[in-house]
Design a protein around this ligand. Structure first.
Ligand code: HEC
Ligand code: HEC
Length: 329
């Protein structure tokens, strides 16, 4: 049984403050699993796969079609559009820094990048391949891929090796050393006066840090904010689809906030176009939910207009650059 079944709300509230992870700079490189050590050739192969539309059933879309380098490696459309113009149910999160996350997707249904990378290939509203094997067969017919897989893995194309190469590439898509990181490391001038005020609000009056904590500014946990469900799905049960625990209905993973200024629109269904709209939403105490799981941590904040501006200014300090050579096919 989970703790939340047993303890009164007031205790939960303080428990979550105590558990909040410290706000620390992003480590320069993410953890690498021993089963998928990186080599430059593996990363180069992963990059080629990431940008290659041949991974989709009719050669029309690549991973980068929905995780666009120009849009913070996320999707500027509220919900993603797959093969044949089919619309999915959710907004694509950035692949930037995804390598630091303990679980992938808005509902945490994949545990590792390797596990995640296989999903889109056969997803009916993404790359729409009838089976993993059909992707493997297609790549096996391409001499340059045959050669690269042999060089990198000492064997032929397989679905696991596709996932490993893509994941090795994704582990290079990281953005440490943002103005915010430099400020945390002692460079007082890295943030403007407004951004510094925004950071104080983030940690204090605006209560953001209760969920957006740790190096990614995410507790990697699930909450129901009462976000308006305006996407293609009339109802999205969120985390419940993974756990079947009624207490998880309508809960979504707290997203990382790194590069958030680049990755509009916002929330799992892309319902808000601007960061100002997101801040207004929190100022109101969040939205109404059809589920009884709305998070009690959300309360009206009574922020002044200038405070809202400062918060948005702070969120803009979280953007960083990837290494240029990693950005293009
Ligand atoms: C048709 C658009 C589309 C394509 C193509 C696509 N993705 Fe995604 N991606 C999404 C959406 C939408 C989500 C969020 C889905 C969810 O949470 O249920 C997502 C989630 C992810 C995540 C998890 C990020 C996080 O923060 O949880 C990663 C990593 C990722 N995709 C990588 C890839 C890779 C690698 C490929 C190519 C093999 C790919 N994607 C192809 C739309 C797409
Ligand atoms: C109770 C936990 C909680 C608190 C407090 C909280 N957030 Fe969030 N935040 C989340 C969750 C969960 C989501 C995703 C919700 C969804 O899509 O349904 C989110 C989404 C966001 C997004 C959208 C990111 C994206 O990529 O779509 C931004 C920006 C954001 N929060 C900023 C803030 C700010 C600023 C504050 C303080 C004013 C704050 N949050 C307070 C949990 C929280």
């Amino acid at each position: 049984m989970r703790l939340s079944h047993l303890v009164p709300l007031s205790v939960m509230f303080f428990a979550s403050i105590a558990e909040a992870q410290p706000l620390v700079p992003l480590p320069p490189s993410p953890p690498v699993p021993l089963s998928n050590l990186e080599t430059p050739a593996k990363v180069a192969l992963g990059k080629k796969l990431f940008f290659d539309p041949k991974l989709s059933v009719n050669g029309s879309i690549s991973c980068a079609f929905c995780h666009m380098p120009k849009a913070g490696w996320a999707d500027p459309r509220p919900v993603s559009i797959g093969v044949g113009g089919k619309r999915g149910g959710r907004n694509a999160p950035p692949v930037l820094n995804a390598a630091y996350q303990s679980l992938q997707f808005w509902d945490g249904r994949a545990g590792s990048l390797e596990e995640q990378a296989i999903g889109p290939l056969t997803n009916p509203v993404e790359m729409e391949n009838p089976s993993n094997q059909s992707v493997v067969d297609r790549l096996r017919k391409i001499p340059s891929y045959r050669r690269s897989f042999r060089e990198v893995f000492g064997g032929s194309v397989s679905i696991d090796r596709i996932a490993e190469a893509i994941s090795a590439y994704e582990r290079t898509l990281v953005t440490p050393n943002t103005p915010y990181d430099r400020f945390l490391m002692g460079e007082a001038k890295a943030l403007s006066a407004s951004q510094k005020r925004g950071f104080m609000l983030f940690k204090g009056k605006a209560r953001c840090v209760l969920c957006h904590s740790g190096a990614l500014l995410s507790d990697q946990a699930y909450h129901n904010l009462g976000v308006p469900q305006t996407g293609t799905l009339p109802v999205d049960v969120g985390r419940y689809a993974v756990t079947h625990d009624p207490l998880d209905k309508g809960k979504f993973r707290t997203p990382q906030l790194r590069n958030v200024a680049l990755t509009a629109p916002y929330m799992h269904d892309g319902t808000f176009r601007t960061l100002a709209q997101v801040v207004d939403f929190y100022d109101r105490g969040g939205g109404k939910s059809r589920f009884a799981t709305k998070d009690p941590l959300l309360v009206p904040l009574h922020l002044k207009a200038s405070e809202k501006k400062d918060l948005v200014a702070f969120l803009r300090a979280l953007s960083g650059e990837t290494r240029k050579e990693m950005n293009q096919p």
